[in-house]
Ligand binder design. Structure first.
Ligand SMILES: Cc1cc2nc3c(=O)[nH]c(=O)nc-3n(C[C@H](O)[C@H](O)[C@H](O)COP(=O)(O)OP(=O)(O)OC[C@H]3O[C@@H](n4cnc5c(N)ncnc54)[C@H](O)[C@@H]3O)c2cc1C
Length: 417
C-alpha cells in the first residue's frame, strides 16, 4: 500500500506514460498521480499517424487512447503543454520550463523519442520550410495532411516502416511518391531480403517510385520551400513535399543529466526501475533486459510501451512484477497487415509458409530447431501461434513450418490452465 500523501509523477504522456498513470491507480497507489506531457493532447495512438489518419480514413477523435473522463475517474491529473527541464534527485523535485517546481515521492520517465534529424548542409534551412517534415506527433501529421493534395510530388527519405506507411497512404490519396532508401533494400534493418523484395514489389505495383542505394546529400531551399532533394550520385529530384523517416533518438537527456545510467536508452532492470530506486522508466526511452532473449534491448513499439509501463506501475506501487515479454510489432500498408514477433538477429534459415503472390504468407526465422522470429502477412492465426513458439522456445522443423496444410497451432502444446 502507498500513502495517500505520496505523489507520483510521470514525465511524458505518450503510450507508456498514459498507461502507467492508469495502471498505477489500479495497482493501489493511494496518493496523487500527475501525468506531465510536453504535447498539449491527452495520450493518443501514434500508429495511425502514418496509416489510417494520414490517409484520412479515421477521425481525429478516434486517436485518443482514453477520454478525459477515464483520467478523472482514476484521479490522474493530466497537465499538457508542460516540459520538464530538470530532475533534482537530491531534493526529489522536478523543474519545469515555465519555472514551476514539483516534488515527487516516486517518479516515472516515459519520454519516448524524437525523429533522427537529416544531417545535410541545408537541413536547418529546410526545417524552417512548411513543406519539410518529420513524423512523430499529431501536430506533425496535421501539417503534412494540410499539404497532401493529389498530384503533388512527395519525396520520402527512408524506406523503413514509417516511410513505407506514409508512401502507401500518400499514393492512395493520388500524390506522386518517391521513396529514397540509402541501403540496398527497404526494411533492411528489420526483415529478410525476401520480405524487402515483396514490399518493394507491392509499392512499385501501387505506383510508388522506390529507389534504393540512394544517399541524400542535400536539399535545395528557395523562397521558404524545399524545391529539390539532391542525391550523392549528383541526381536531383524536384519535389513539392518532403517527409523524413530515418529513425528515432531516445529522449534520455533528462535522465542522463540527473546522473541516471544511460546507454542507448535509460537503463532499467526487469522491474522497470532505473539506477535510482525511486525512479522508474518505460517505453521507447528505455534499455531493458529481456530474459527470453538473454540480452538488453531498446524497443520502439506500442506493445513494449504498454506492457513495460504496467510492470513499472506495479513496482512503483510496491508490488513485485517482472517484465519478460516477447517483442512484437505491426505495420499496415495497403491491404497488407504485417505482424512480426521476436528478433531475427542471428537466424540460420528462413522458411516461407504460403505464397507471397497471394498476399497471405509467413516467413519464419530459425536457429537450429528454435524459432527466433516470424513475419506474418495477412495471417493472424500464424502470428498467434508463432508468438507462443518463440516465447516458449518450442522445437519445430522447417518442414512443419512450411507445410501450409497443417495449422501452426497444432505444433503447440496445450496451453497451461
Ligand atoms: C508514425 C508512427 C507510426 C508508428 N506505428 C507503429 C506501429 O504500427 N506499431 C507499433 O507497435 N508502434 C508504432 N509506432 C511506435 C510507437 O508509437 C511508439 O513505440 C510508442 O509511441 C512509444 O510510446 P512512449 O510512450 O514510449 O513514447 P511516446 O509515444 O513518444 O511518448 C513520449 C511523450 O513524452 C513527451 N516528453 C518527452 N520529453 C518530455 C519532457 N521533458 N517533459 C514532458 N514531456 C516530455 C513527448 O512529448 C511525448 O508525448 C509508430 C510511431 C510513429 C511515430
Amino acid at each position: 500500500m502507498t500513502e495517500a500523501s505520496s505523489t507520483a509523477i510521470i514525465i511524458g504522456a505518450g503510450h507508456a506514460g498514459g498507461e502507467l498513470a492508469i495502471a498505477l491507480r489500479n495497482e493501489g497507489w493511494a496518493g496523487r498521480i500527475l501525468l506531465l506531457g510536453e504535447e498539449a493532447h491527452l495520450p493518443y495512438h501514434r500508429p495511425p499517424l502514418s496509416k489510417a489518419y494520414l490517409a484520412g480514413s479515421v477521425e481525429k477523435s478516434s486517436l485518443s487512447i482514453r477520454p478525459q473522463a477515464a483520467y478523472d475517474r482514476a484521479s490522474v491529473e493530466f497537465l499538457g503543454g508542460v516540459r520538464v527541464t530538470r530532475i533534482d534527485r537530491a531534493n526529489q523535485r522536478l523543474e519545469l520550463a515555465d519555472g514551476q517546481q514539483l516534488s515527487y515521492d516516486k517518479l516515472a520517465i516515459a519520454t519516448g523519442g524524437r525523429p533522427r534529424p537529416l544531417s545535410v548542409p541545408n537541413a536547418a534551412a529546410a526545417e524552417r520550410c512548411s513543406n519539410f517534415h518529420y513524423l512523430r506527433t499529431l501536430d506533425d501529421v496535421e501539417h503534412i495532411r494540410e499539404q497532401m493534395s493529389a498530384g503533388k510530388r512527395l519525396t520520402i527519405v527512408g524506406g523503413g516502416y514509417i516511410g513505407l506507411e506514409v508512401a502507401a497512404s500518400a499514393i492512395t490519396l493520388g500524390l506522386q511518391v518517391t521513396v529514397l532508401e540509402a541501403l540496398p533494400r527497404v526494411l533492411q534493418r528489420v526483415t529478410a531480403a525476401e520480405l524487402s523484395a515483396y514490399y518493394e514489389r507491392k509499392h512499385r505495383e501501387a505506383g510508388v517510385d522506390i529507389r534504393t542505394n540512394v544517399q541524400v546529400a542535400d536539399l535545395d531551399v528557395a523562397d521558404d520551400a524545399v524545391t529539390a532533394v539532391i542525391c550523392a550520385d549528383g541526381s536531383r529530384l524536384d519535389t513539392d513535399l518532403v517527409v523524413v523517416g530515418i529513425g528515432l533518438l531516445a529522449n534520455t537527456e533528462l535522465a542522463a543529466e540527473a546522473g541516471l545510467e544511460v546507454d542507448n536508452g535509460i537503463l532499467v532492470d526487469e522491474h522497470a526501475c532505473t539506477s535510482d530506486p525511486l525512479i522508474f522508466a518505460a517505453g521507447d526511452c528505455t534499455n531493458h533486459p529481456n530474459s527470453l532473449l538473454g540480452r538488453r534491448l531498446r524497443l520502439e513499439s506500442v506493445p513494449n510501451a504498454l506492457e513495460q509501463s504496467r510492470v513499472a506501475a506495479a513496482n512503483m506501487a510496491g508490488k513485485d512484477k517482472r517484465y519478460a515479454s516477447v517483442p512484437w510489432f505491426w505495420s499496415d500498408q495497403y491491404e497488407l497487415k504485417l505482424k512480426m514477433v521476436g528478433l531475427a538477429e542471428g537466424f540460420e534459415r528462413l522458411v516461407l509458409r504460403g505464397d507471397p503472390q497471394t498476399d497471405s504468407f509467413s516467413a519464419f526465422y530459425l536457429k537450429g530447431d528454435k524459432l527466433l522470429a516470424a513475419d506474418t502477412v495477412n495471417r493472424p492465426q500464424d502470428f498467434i501461434a508463432a508468438k507462443r513458439l518463440v516465447a516458449e522456445g518450442i522445437s519445430v522443423s522447417s518442414e512443419q513450418l512450411a507445410d501450409d496444410s497443417q495449422p501452426l497451432k497444432e505444433l503447440l502444446p496445450p496451453a497451461q490452465a
